[in-house]
Design a protein around this ligand. Structure first.
Ligand code: CA
Length: 431
């Protein structure tokens, strides 16, 4: 189903946000400073859903749903669950469909539709808790083989979706610059350490999933209900200080190496929008052990989301050069699913709440071109990348801009959709 919209830019074949996508975001309009609204992206515009509710144009919706869509964060909608998500999406889609006159033929329709380049974006939801997983077997094996050559993949890895609790306080929307952090590191394995600006600064290409209805303390999540608890996906860049990480990660995992900034794509793509691309999975090799029963679900799914990393140095920007592709891969290569991550996270009775963000961990595939961070892409700096400005990169330099993109290619009768982008420029450390 690829319907047409009366917003012409949504009908272009290469549009990220056609009518059958409609990702959700939170924004401040340049013509309404100080007011934050919820809306959906369509073509190069955003539809101000909160204003539609205010103007009485959402009377057909349930009262609780209208209240949630009035804003200012997506959490109200997330808490209402899948039937409400469907109702809101179907309503927005109908309003924007080419044949639907209700909004199209209003003289004041321009009030409700804003060019996206006139928006300041925030994260769509207030994130109470953020957790980062480690769900790619290629990434885990590559990193493991650098840090522990004789024991790259630990025995628990194929049984436990490994993760760590991140910092919700330092999640920022795409477009926010990231400051090179200070940290403690040591050139030699046994010390002595020093303190200073991170020297091995890296990105991590990841996909996040936004949690809807959660569970109370002491309750578990049955994996068969996980799909109904997951609202949608977005791009995530888990900026990483590799020198700090190497010194501090034993015995409890990442700490300050990853707590200073994590960039999040501003538009959240509902799982309902990617249903045409959901497929059974993940597909694992014959050596993979069977998971324990609480992580098994006959309905579990993966998807062929294409993911790309682009890099542009300050000099490339000054000279008007386009960003260079550093890697391209697919989410289908991941070992653990979002349903398994959510279920395992809550298996102790850990409470999950609407708006919680779970990130997948670096998405890496089996080939060098599909490695989702510089640590792997340059193999710890031993295979530097050559940039079109004549310089080389082992890790990120000040002024470098990292751009993540994700998209689903057209499939069956459904046209392509894109997740937009997640970008950030590296600023120098402050002494
Ligand atoms: Ca990560």
């Amino acid at each position: 189903m690829t319907g047409r919209s009366w917003i012409e830019s949504a009908n272009l074949a290469d549009a990220d946000f056609p009518l059958h996508h409609l990702p959700w975001g939170r924004f401040e309009r340049s013509d309404m400073p100080g007011r934050w609204a919820l809306g959906v992206a369509v073509g190069d515009m955003a539809m101000d859903v909160s204003l539609l509710v205010e103007a009485g144009l959402a009377r057909g919706l349930d009262g609780s749903l209208r209240e949630a869509l009035a804003g200012p964060s997506l959490n109200g909608l997330l808490a209402l669950g899948r039937p409400a998500w469907h109702q809101a999406r179907a309503w927005a889609m109908r309003l924007l469909a080419a044949e639907e006159p209700a909004l199209r033929d209003r003289k004041d329709r321009g009030r409700f539709l804003v060019p996206r380049d006139q928006l300041r974006m925030a994260l769509a939801m207030d994130v109470g808790d953020y957790t980062d997983f480690y769900a790619s077997i290629h990434h885990a094996t590559n990193v493991g083989s650098m840090f522990r050559p004789d024991n790259p993949l630990l025995p628990n890895w194929r049984h436990v979706p490994i993760g760590y609790h991140g910092r919700a306080s330092t999640l920022v929307p795409s477009g926010t610059a990231v400051r090179r952090p200070f940290g403690q590191s040591s050139a030699a394995e046994s010390g002595p350490p020093s303190f200073g600006p991170c020297r091995l600064f890296d990105y991590e290409l990841e996909v996040g999933v936004v949690v809807g209805p959660g569970n109370g303390i002491g309750e578990r999540v049955d994996i068969a209900t996980a799909r109904d608890r997951l609202f949608g996906i977005c791009l995530v860049n888990d900026w990483s200080a590799r020198d700090v990480q190497k010194w501090e990660y034993v015995p409890l995992g990442p700490f300050t190496a990853k707590n200073f900034c994590t960039s999040v794509g501003a538009w959240v793509t509902p799982l309902e929008a990617i249903e045409p691309w959901l497929e059974p999975g993940p597909v694992r090799d014959a050596a993979a052990p069977e998971n324990l029963p609480y992580l098994r679900w006959s309905g579990d799914f993966t998807f062929d989301l294409k993911l790309q990393v682009l890099l542009r140095s300050a000099r490339m920007r000054e000279q008007g050069m386009p960003a260079m592709q550093v890697s391209v891969g697919t989410y289908r290569d991941m070992y653990w699913t979002f349903a398994q991550m959510l279920t395992h996270h809550a298996c102790t009775g850990c409470a999950m709440r609407p708006g919680d963000l779970l990130a997948s961990g670096t998405v890496s595939g089996p080939t060098p071109e599909s490695r989702g961070c510089l640590l792997e892409r340059t193999w710890r700096g031993t295979e530097p990348l050559s940039l079109p400005d004549g310089t080389q990169r082992k890790f990120l330099e000040d002024g470098d801009e990292v751009i993540l993109r994700g998209w689903f290619d057209a499939r069956g009768g459904t046209g392509r959709i894109g997740l937009g982008e997640c970008r950030g420029v590296v600023l120098p450390a402050i002494a």
